[in-house]
Design a protein around this ligand. Structure first.
Ligand code: BG6
Length: 313
């Protein structure tokens, strides 16, 4: 386990030539955030274990979004209207925000602020002025926190609507051994059934085939339990009512050029989102939302520690 102070460094990635910011917390946990897409690509715990999935076939060249990490889907989720699938934020170049406004206090002393604004090219497809500020923070214990502030800066008095998702590619040991708790009994939109609205019936969500759903009005905390790895991701959210869930499984995987066929077994996309009801901002108005992820090294069920683990502690 590495010690040392928290640090933030701006470097050019040797393999991809892209600029990235590397955040290191005191105990050796680290995060890499690319300016391209404003995207967290790597997140490592203090044992240097990777926690996010990145496809070995991922493209790091515009206009493709990087297949993995945490994609920022804005101002839309999915493929509606004239905008590209999941919006334009995930394949544009963000900047470092040199003078960010105050953000809500967090447990972190290690963070980076990015900003995305309209450009002449973006204005052609989405005719609005906006400021999208993203703070990526790493707590001393390695929790990863993403906070978004989106402001309407239109000078023409026009409101705009947006949807947003933190499309998070979790790295799992074996998808058939993964369970999600917190989504049971919720209504969801099933993208495999023309966005039909259905109700989750199981005690927990498990995976046996392709899944492409948006759970509506999900609780502020859900857990993703990786039995094989004896690791649980705890995902907390604020300001984002929904949760998106995606795994392409084997057949769909074969149709995705930047995704290797067998990789569906080692990944699961789960992310805080607002999909069902878009948010409307009038000029001058600002919205905030956040997603935090912690990793706990054990099974965890319905808020109760696994007795086996308590015994070991
Ligand atoms: C999911 C969508 O969240 O993202 C799926 O619901 C989509 O329909 C998937 O296939 C991946 O999208 P993309 O654009 O990154 O290939």
């Amino acid at each position: 386990m590495a010690g040392g102070e928290a640090s933030v460094e701006r470097v050019k990635d040797g393999a991809t030539g892209l600029e990235k910011l590397v955040l290191r917390a005191a105990h050796g946990c680290s995060v890499e955030v690319y300016l391209y897409g404003g995207q967290v690509i790597f997140w490592e715990n203090e044992y240097r274990e990777q926690l996010l999935f990145v496809s070995r076939k991922a493209s790091f060249k515009p206009p493709k979004a990087i297949r993995g990490g945490i994609q920022i889907c804005f101002p839309q989720f999915g493929n509606h209207g004239v905008l590209e699938q999941h919006g334009f934020a995930r394949n544009r170049l963000w900047s470092v925000d040199e003078s960010p406004p105050p953000f809500p206090a967090t447990a972190s002393n290690c963070h980076i602020d990015l900003i995305l604004k309209q450009s002449p090219e973006v204005l052609k497809i989405w005719p609005h002025s906006f400021e999208f500020r993203l703070r990526v923070a790493l707590s001393p214990t390695g929790d990863l926190m993403l906070t978004s502030r989106i402001k309407n800066t239109n000078a023409d008095g026009k409101p705009f609507k947006f949807r947003l998702s933190y499309h998070t590619y979790f790295l799992v040991s074996d998808i058939s051994e993964v369970r999600i708790e917190g989504l049971e009994t919720l209504d969801y939109l099933d993208n495999l059934q023309s966005e039909d609205r259905r109700t989750e019936q199981g005690d927990a969500v498990v995976f046996e085939s392709e899944v492409d759903k948006v759970y509506l009005s999900a609780p502020p905390k859900i857990v993703i339990i990786d039995h094989d790895k004896k690791r649980t991701f705890e995902l907390r959210k604020e300001g984002l009512p929904d949760v998106v869930l995606w795994n392409p499984w084997d057949m769909k995987a074969k149709t995705i050029p930047d995704f290797a066929e067998e990789e569906y077994k080692r990944m699961l996309c789960v992310g805080a989102a607002n999909v069902e009801k878009p948010i409307t901002l009038r000029p001058g108005e600002e919205w905030q939302g956040r997603q935090e992820i912690s990793v706990v090294p054990s099974s965890y069920s319905s808020g109760q520690w696994d007795p086996e683990i308590i015994h070991r502690i």
